[in-house]
Ligand binder design. Structure first.
Ligand SMILES: Nc1ncnc2c1ncn2[C@@H]1O[C@H](COP(=O)(O)OP(=O)(O)OP(=O)(O)O)[C@@H](O)[C@H]1O
Length: 498
């Protein structure tokens, strides 16, 4: 094996029951490069990277690290040998401090005569956070008080503390806002400059083309191509991923008008710990975009509108008169909510696709208080099919699905319910380019059929491409409002976000 390669896998295979996740996969990452890994939802990217990171074992095949056979027994072993990974979903341990999370499994570093020197551990955690450019998180803080993004930053500090040779970044950028992404990109650069390597998984083709030096493309567990930077082209990558041409329009093409229908949902002077005197309204048939930087309050706003967070003052009204009382009331009244935190707040992961899709609709499909298997199966089959969820059957457990397919189940659940108002927080997070196009099309169809949508997103092109109107938030306050008809640019929005 050439010394240019930091790590290599040959003929890796992995099967889950009848699903072939990886079939004879060869991949090689050079020293001092950022190597991209891209493919449709369920193509095997996370399976591949988690085998490298010691999370699971391949059925067959060989891996090498710095020319020597490599077969980590678990993640700690992988870390000790220089391979660490940041995953898509939240991966911190609740109820303990930030410092305890950073040094989980490494407490011995701070132990003397059976006692843990917490002060020393906190000091070292502060250094670990600062070394990745994070200054606002305190090591003593309970991790549960942190936002999703801040917890991801803690994970970055944890991964970097061990100065990895190979750093695997699995769809982390979509969990971060502009600031967080900046930190991530700088760390990846630093890793490359110091002669280490990065294996970077993302669904964002522009991001992959900008950041990576080379690329492996997977389709249905098989490598379809390996490209060097000079050969990158968006259309080629898409075709190699999906096996068909997916060029064509992506977002809405109309230039919008300002005349949406009556107000269906409104916040009146809403304040919480994070939000400050927010007033806004959503109209029938409108797509209202909400954007901002991390901690601007946009994710909390989604929860307030759905009744998950009770405002300290002010109120949320549906149809101009009914106060949104709580989430259960909201579901009954036709309000849907997709959380950014998929595994913890949007899905029952140890239940089947069918159970998840049917849950909000049980009342609707019951006849004389009875629910038949046939009606459940029909509803789940229909929506799982419409969203092209990749799974053996609707009885498959959600924790066995790939990240993007889990997200499709979340969307299917609310589309099946047929809610009139949909609050979508980062709805296309982790979704591949082909499926994204179908979801945008679906959102457009929902709008045309008179449904109203709040689209909370960290993707500015998505906000601009889909919304009738965009509200920006800064430090919990509304900082700007823009109409589609104005011909929006990312620069205009960013000005109001920072
Ligand atoms: N623990 C598991 N049990 C059963 N099937 C699994 C398990 N983990 C993964 N799979 C299946 O293996 C296939 C590959 O999944 P994987 O998570 O590697 O895809 P991915 O390319 O990372 O997708 P995404 O972009 O959606 O994250 C999928 O069909 C998935 O359902």
């Amino acid at each position: 094996m050439s010394n240019d390669y930091l790590c290599k896998a040959e003929k890796l295979c992995k099967t889950f029951d009848s699903t072939v996740a990886l079939s004879n996969v060869d991949i090689a990452v050079k020293k001092g490069e950022i190597h991209g890994l891209i493919g449709e939802n369920g193509s095997g990217k996370s399976t591949m990277s988690s085998i490298f990171a010691g999370i699971q074992k391949a059925d067959s095949g060989t891996m090498y690290l710095e020319g020597k056979a490599y077969s980590p027994t678990d993640t700690i072993d992988a870390m000790n040998r220089g391979v660490s990974m940041v995953v898509q979903e939240q991966n911190t341990i609740g109820k303990i401090t930030v410092a305890a999370n950073i040094f989980f499994g490494k407490e011995a570093l701070f132990a003397k005569a059976g006692f843990l020197n917490v002060k020393k551990m906190n000091q070292e955690a502060q250094k670990a956070l600062e070394s990745v450019g994070v200054f606002h998180i305190k090591p003593r803080e309970n991790i549960d008080k942190l936002t999703f993004e801040d917890r991801k930053l803690v994970e970055l500090a944890r991964a970097f503390y061990t100065t990895p040779k190979l750093w695997i970044v699995d769809e982390t950028s979509t969990a971060l806002t502009v600031n967080g992404r900046d930190i991530l990109y700088k760390l990846m650069e630093k890793q490359r400059e110091s002669g280490g390597s990065v294996l970077f998984i993302s669904h964002d083709i522009d991001e992959i083309m900008r950041i990576c030096d080379s690329l492996t493309i997977l389709r249905d567990g098989v490598v379809t191509a390996k490209l060097e930077k000079k050969d990158f082209s968006s259309d080629t990558i898409k075709t190699l991923m999906i096996g068909r041409d997916v060029s064509g329009h992506y977002y809405r093409e109309d230039s919008g008008d300002e005349s949406c229908g009556d107000i269906v949902l409104e916040a009146e002077n809403v304040s919480t710990k994070v939000l400050k005197n927010i007033s806004l309204s959503l109209h029938k048939g409108e797509i209202l975009g909400v954007g901002g930087l991390s901690d601007c309050g946009m994710h909390d706003l989604g929860k307030v509108l759905f009744g998950l967070i009770k405002p300290d003052s002010g109120r949320v009204l549906k149809g101009g008169r009914l106060k949104v009382r709580n989430a259960a009331w909201a579901v009954k009244e036709g309000i849907a909510y997709v959380s950014k935190n998929r595994d913890r707040e949007s899905l029952m992961t140890i239940c089947s696709i069918k159970d998840n899709i049917c849950l909000p609709s049980l009342r609707d499909i019951s006849k004389h208080y009875l629910i038949t298997k046939k009606s459940e199966n029909e509803l789940a089959e229909k929506w799982s099919g419409n969203l092209e969820v990749k799974a053996g059957s609707i009885n498959e457990y959600c924790n066995e699905l790939s990240g993007g397919n889990k997200q499709k189940v979340v969307l299917a659940k609310w589309l099946a319910k047929g809610s009139d108002i949909m609050i979508l927080d980062c709805p296309t997070r982790g979704i591949d380019v082909g499926a994204k196009a179908s979801i945008y099309h679906l959102i457009e169809e929902l709008k045309k059929s008179g449904k109203s949508i709040v689209l909370i997103s960290e993707e500015l092109p998505e906000l601009i491409g889909m919304s009738d109107r965009i509200v920006t938030l800064q430090d919990g306050k509304i900082s700007g409002e823009f109409y589609r008809t104005e011909g929006l640019s990312e620069a205009k929005l960013i000005k109001k976000m920072i």
